[in-house]
Design a protein around this ligand. Structure first.
Ligand SMILES: *Cc1c(COP(=O)(O)O)cnc(C)c1O
Length: 376
């Protein structure tokens, strides 16, 4: 059996090696390392894939979130509602911009921001909601957009884990996650579903004015060369990464199918087990399985993790500490938070290897060993 990895970027690369290596060398030969043709081509391909009006590539997913929030003209102390159960980048940029992160619950089944909790957290200072499509499943965007409209709030989707996910509205219309809110953000970190071989990110919007502003912010607030209208930053996708992504975006739907196949294998193996809750898929969302995450009931998770490691099966806890318990946010006063679902999930989730290169032999071995431990 081939060694099992949490994410197998190497074997995925080997399947497209020739094409990728050629594309990298074309960039090297062109010497257009920054903003070359590859960046322009990839921006168009990504924009078409997303079905967005505007796509702006940038240096990473964290920058994408930061640039999005900088474009909204928020004032220090303005409140941004986000789930506590997410990767730190989502909430860190809020604090970095001197805004106040307001942590709310997630839905225990989808792991995504809970709609009722958003409603309860809205105050006169609330300016934006940042739903995260965690693990590759969409947040309930239709309900979130409705709340946002009623309260005049911006919605920034953190789509770093869900590129390719389809959201279905109640009228049957479908949209890609990341193209529903006022702004969508994504990441091309190597382990993401559309991963570069380095850092990268992108921002999506259907709003012309926001698009112009975000383009400017990502480029030192520059309106024309050496004329800087607003304080911005420097955030670019480099041409080599764009050339790689241009090849990989053509494979993205195949990659998603490979992930879904692995998830189906896992789901069948763990079906109806009293101690294992397999990932839920809501009517309104597809699942692109950035992670395959179980919720364990009455299982010693640490011992399972050690047992699997002894069997050379990696497993991970995403994420061991939720936002409302992170020291970096202490100055916002965290003691009042009571996020029972978030705490409950934090203690019970475990993610198994999930990538495009898993074969049946590996999946069979992983599921057998997980069940051996849990049933012993
Ligand atoms: C990866 C990730 C980010 C940040 O992306 P980077 O490219 O690593 O900066 C933001 N939010 C979520 C949910 C992520 O998973």
């Amino acid at each position: 059996m081939r060694p099992i990895q949490m994410v197998d970027t190497k074997n995925q690369y080997l399947k497209i090696k020739e094409e990728v290596d050629t594309a990298i060398h074309e960039v090297l030969d062109s010497a257009a390392y920054i903003n070359g043709k590859a960046v322009q081509d990839f921006t168009v391909a990504l924009n078409n894939y997303q079905g967005s009006k505007h796509t702006i590539c940038c240096a990473n997913g964290t920058d994408a979130l930061q640039i999005a929030m900088m474009a909204l003209d928020l004032q220090p102390g303005d409140e941004v509602i986000t789930p506590s159960f997410t990767y730190i980048a989502t909430t860190e940029v809020v604090a970095l911009l001197k805004l106040k992160p307001v942590f709310v619950e997630v839905d225990a089944r989808t792991f995504c921001i809970d709609v009722e909790s958003i409603k309860k957290a809205i105050t006169p200072k609330t300016k934006a909601i940042v739903p995260v499509h965690l693990y590759g499943h969409a947040a309930n965007m239709e309900a979130i957009m409705q709340i946002a409209e009623e309260h005049h709030l911006y919605v920034i989707e953190d789509n770093a884990q869900a590129i390719g996910c389809d959201y279905t509205f109640s009228n049957g219309r479908k949209k890609k996650t990341g193209s529903i809110g006022h702004i969508g953000c994504t990441s091309f970190y190597p382990s993401k579903n559309l991963g570069a071989y380095g850092d990268g990110g992108a921002i999506f919007t259907n709003d012309d004015a926001l698009a112009d502003k975000m383009k400017m912010i990502a480029n030192h607030g520059q309106s024309k060369r050496y004329y800087h209208d607003v304080v911005g930053c420097n955030s670019r996708l480099d041409s080599i990464q764009a050339a790689i992504l241009n090849i990989k975006i053509k494979e993205l739907d195949h990659y998603i199918i490979a992930r879904q196949k692995a998830a189906t294998f896992y789901n069948n193996a763990f079906k109806n087990h009293p101690k294992i809750i397999t990932p839920f898929v809501a009517d309104y969302s597809s699942h692109v399985y950035h992670q395959y995450t179980l919720v364990l009931n009455d299982v010693n998770r640490d011992e399972l993790n050690v047992y699997l490691a002894e069997k050379k099966i990696p497993s991970m806890i995403y994420y061991p500490v939720p936002g409302h318990k992170q020291k970096m946010f202490a100055s916002f006063g965290l003691d009042h938070y009571e996020l029972k679902t978030t705490d409950w999930l934090t203690e019970r989730v475990i993610s198994l290897p999930m990538h495009t290169e898993l074969d049946e032999e590996q999946l069979n071995y992983i599921t057998t060993e997980v069940l051996n431990f849990i049933n012993k």
